[in-house]
Design a protein around this ligand. Sequence first.
Ligand SMILES: O=C(O)C1=C[C@@H](OP(=O)(O)O)[C@@H](O)[C@H](O)C1
Ligand SMILES: C=C(OP(=O)(O)O)C(=O)O
Length: 415
Amino acid sequence: MISFLEKSANPRQPIEIQISGSKSESNRALILDQVLGGLDIANLSDSDDTMHLVNALKQLKTKSKTIKINVGHAGTTMRFLTALCATIPQQEFVISGSERMHQRPIKPLVDALNNFGAKISYLKNEGYPPLKIKGENLTKDKISIQANISSQYISALMLIAPKLPQGLNINLKGNITSRPYLEMTKALLEQQQIKVDFNQSQIKVHSSHSNSPTSVEIESDWSSASYHYALVAFSNEGFSVNLSNFNLNSVQGDAALRDIYKKFGVKTEQVDHKTIKITKINKLYSKIKLDLIKTPDLAQTIAVTCLGLNINCELSGLHTLKIKETDRLQALKTELEKFGGRVKISDSTLQLQSVGKLEPYQVISTYNDHRMALAFAPLALKTKLSIENPEVVSKSYTNYWEDLKQYGIIAKITK
Ligand SMILES: O=C(O)C1=C[C@@H](OP(=O)(O)O)[C@@H](O)[C@H](O)C1
Ligand SMILES: C=C(OP(=O)(O)O)C(=O)O
């Protein structure tokens, strides 16, 4: 458990935070390195999710009848590897993960790949990992997939496409969720000179014939930056933080923070090509409505920010939250209510009626979800609280507790 029961008087300014590379971009770059060969990757994420993929890719080089890979809690690693392994002929793989990973659906991706000629079967429950994969030479060029459950299935297919003889036409069925992550995959493919056409519900990824891979500089993680936006939102007028390596012209959808946090009185400026400065300017909305279908990973940060600033909110577009590291809608309701907030949830929405004064000394449960710990910790600037299982943050942001010290937040780790 980590407890925040006191604060130092004034944080030393200027605060300079350097966050590690985006885990989403890193995991795409690692798969592309496997598919195209020879990518030179700078600022790779040090997150557990990326380390799981790095280790799995090392395992692919070993010689054994069945290669057994465990991806822990890492959703992108699970989905991207499933597609990659399906294309490695004459090799058998078993991919498993944490208990929660075995409850996160993968059927749309498995169905699409099997219809395409892959040989993937379920080792426990139909539709869920662990999976057994027999790699095949995949030669078709058309695939259809449901797009409203997780964009990761589609990114997984896009990433293996340059390896296929005729590239891949992907037909997206239903409404597209988390669309900016598909745009990110497209952008990273294009950086490697792979042509991608993305028109409404069709994606065509062209095959790579004479590709000469280049270096990739991974931008830092905007989802991790969201916790600093919350910390600045909870600070006094004029307080500012420099965050690197970030660029407002980003391929990460969560860069939408720049606009969203204007509503919470936070201004963002690009100070040089690698640094943004975020400043509290104190112009607040009293009630906000946001559709987060493009930025699901920001939902927890935004809900906690509203609670801390005493803002009522209506958040929609959240239908994927219940199949992430935990049922995030239920977890948010339970934990926000501990502070006195009143929360109503449906399948895809969350409504928060905030309270004037937060109930202090709450113990926040994290449900094996990094974003529960990451999102609730900034409230330490507003009230006294403790957070269970603080180690969960390493799924995406290993240096978080160190970085928080710069805000004058005093943390005590207890058992
Ligand atoms: O492609 C990616 O890197 C991701 C896509 C999103 O998942 P869904 O598409 O399942 O919403 C996001 O929540 C996840 O953290 C990372
Ligand atoms: C949902 C997340 O990750 P993944 O789906 O890759 O496990 C996340 O990081 O919030």
